[in-house]
Design a protein around this ligand. Structure first.
Ligand SMILES: Nc1ncnc2c1ncn2[C@@H]1O[C@H](COP(=O)(O)OP(=O)(O)OP(=O)(O)O)[C@@H](O)[C@H]1O
Length: 330
């Protein structure tokens, strides 16, 4: 378990992390999301005692990192895959780490095997590709067989097979009851990996929710209908007090707030043929864009356009008010 209480980090006038309090629990993969510059890496660095908080505390299994007797046996982390000594082989990089942390030598071969680097174990790590470097960083995180693992952008540079591998690795480690905390900008990947989400923006907590609650609370659900008898269906819906919006681009009707079952039954009662009747739920990416639209610091604009001050690229079309959403109403 990782516990943050009022964690704050200021760099001069810049508040990178602003009074963050949340817990990362065992047995699930917790995703850590936020736009560029939101404060994710700074938070992770403070969890590992690599940066001193200006205020607040982080506890790892109830203790400050510096009070852990053999930290690598409690918490393993991949923060910067390039942090390895390039002139040493993969094996020697891990061996040095093992020896300085009283981890048996035999564990080095085990983790190299686990990450698929055994064939290049004797090669200098400076010749490694980005993906191989990531695997070596993951091997070092796993070296002490810790109960808590933290990964900053672990799929960066991995090929599709590597991405699938790390997804299954993280899920497997969580299923063993370990605490897994992972940041990524790849929303589709995060949607497949994380069970729980912590979202920050401009250093502040925006959400601490299960994946399904996060998507449900930050997205629009509707039903898409396609029929060769669109006008007739619209009349039937209108008579039933249901508003349908025609979407010329897809030729479909979109209906908010009415269950698909009711729509299907209405169509059947009036013998209207349906070619599609599908409940639509926004993706994690859409939900994330909606939630963080107000806290994105760095915007890209289409060539030749200038965004108004403070405008977000993904301004939400519906709803507003992004107050921190916490599980259990804390
Ligand atoms: N050592 C530092 N000195 C000054 N400012 C810093 C320092 N480290 C981080 N910052 C600033 O703190 C803010 C948070 O940065 P951080 O790297 O933690 O964000 P992030 O969420 O990890 O971003 P990204 O997704 O782009 O990696 C940024 O505005 C960054 O410029």
């Amino acid at each position: 378990m990782i516990e943050l209480e009022g964690l704050t980090k200021r760099f001069g006038a810049k508040t990178a992390v602003d009074n963050l309090s949340f817990q990362v629990r065992p047995g699930v993969v917790t995703g850590f999301l936020g736009p560029n510059g939101a404060g994710k890496s700074t938070t992770m660095r403070m969890m590992l005692d690599l940066d001193n908080p200006t205020n607040g505390t982080v506890r790892i299994d109830g203790k400050h990192y510096r009070d852990l007797t053999e930290p690598l046996k409690h918490i393993g982390a991949l923060l910067d895959a390039k942090a390895m000594h390039g002139g040493r082989s993969a094996y020697n990089n891990l061996l040095c780490l093992a020896e300085s942390n009283r981890i048996p030598r035999s564990r080095v071969a085990e983790v190299l095997d686990l990450v698929g680097l055994t064939p290049v174990a004797k090669k200098k790590s400076k010749g490694f590709s980005l993906g191989m470097g990531q695997r070596l960083g993951i091997a070092s995180a796993l070296l002490g067989d810790p109960e808590i693992l933290m990964f900053d952008e672990p799929v960066n540079g991995l090929d599709p097979e590597g991405i699938l591998w790390i997804r299954n690795l993280m899920k497997g480690l969580a299923a063993e009851g370990r605490t897994i905390f992972v940041s990524s900008h790849l929303m589709s990947e995060m949607a497949l990996t994380a069970d729980h989400l912590v979202v920050i923006g401009q250093g502040r907590l925006l959400a601490d929710l299960s994946m399904s609650d996060f998507i449900q609370q930050n997205s629009r659900s509707y039903v898409r209908l396609r029929t060769p008898q669109q006008e007739r269906l619209k009349d039937v819906l209108h008579e039933a007090g249901i508003d349908a919006v025609s979407v010329p681009a897809t030729g479909a009707l979109e209906i908010d707030g009415v269950p698909a079952e009711r729509l299907g039954e209405l169509a059947a009662q009036h013998q209207i043929v349906l070619h599609e009747l599908s409940p639509q739920r926004a993706s994690l990416e859409e939900a994330f864009m909606r939630m963080t639209a107000d806290s994105v610091e760095y915007h890209a604009h289409a060539p030749g356009t200038t965004a108004p001050a403070g405008a977000a690229t993904a301004a939400p079309a519906w709803g507003a008010g992004y107050e921190a959403t916490r599980e259990g109403g804390e």
